[in-house]
Design a protein around this ligand. Structure first.
Ligand code: GLN
Length: 189
């Protein structure tokens, strides 16, 4: 499979490494033509305002939104989750708005900027060790959004059809099960 990773800012290399370790082809996406030939897309963690601004400047926002709306299996991690969301609380920034959730950025508090947790994830047998870095919080989600994992009762992994979003960083651990979920979604389609 050809899996694009939006390569404007953030932890692009880490996602490409996971894709390649799973035997697929990773494509760093910077230009709109590169969106045409991919089977799945990953929007990485980083700074969502920066990624949103650059995506606009590189004329990627609308083409990406269109591909996702047409059913391109997509995984967003951390800042990627924010970019996929319909809305954020408080900030005004460029969003793809294809995932029916509202997120609060940096929501786990300044003191605990970063933390790790073992998550029980729906559909996975063993817990997933998740790394959170200035993570967003899903404040509300429509009924079309399935919650796959929570921390303190708050959703941290969600899915809506072909879109999966994690408020943590699956690319920073050796566990590739979230990336495999994305690949399964390609096979299902
Ligand atoms: N705090 C970042 C944002 O709001 C996201 C952090 C991350 O991707 N690790 O965009």
């Amino acid at each position: 499979m050809r899996v694009g990773v939006l390569a404007l800012q953030g932890d692009v290399r880490e996602h490409l490494d996971v894709i390649e370790s799973l035997g697929h082809q990773g494509i760093a996406v910077k230009y709109r033509e590169e969106l045409d030939n991919i089977d799945a897309l990953i929007i990485p963690g980083g700074e969502s305002t920066t990624i949103g601004k650059l995506a606009d400047r590189f004329d990627l926002l609308e083409p990406m939104k269109k591909r996702i709306a047409e059913g391109l299996p997509t995984l967003g991690t951390c800042a990627g989750m924010i970019l996929l969301a319909k809305a954020t609380t408080g900030t005004r920034q460029n969003l793809l708005a294809e995932l029916d959730i509202t997120v609060e950025r940096n929501a786990f508090g300044r003191q605990i900027d970063s933390f790790e947790a073992d998550l029980d994830i729906k559909g996975l047998d063993e817990p997933f060790h998740a790394v959170f870095i200035r993570a967003p919080l899903v404040q509300s989600a429509s009924d079309d959004v399935e919650v796959l994992a929570v921390v303190d009762g708050r959703p941290v992994l969600v899915r809506q059809d072909h879109i999966i979003a994690a408020s943590f960083h699956p690319e920073l651990t050796k566990d590739d099960r979230i990336h495999r979920m994305l690949m399964s979604s390609v096979v299902e389609r």
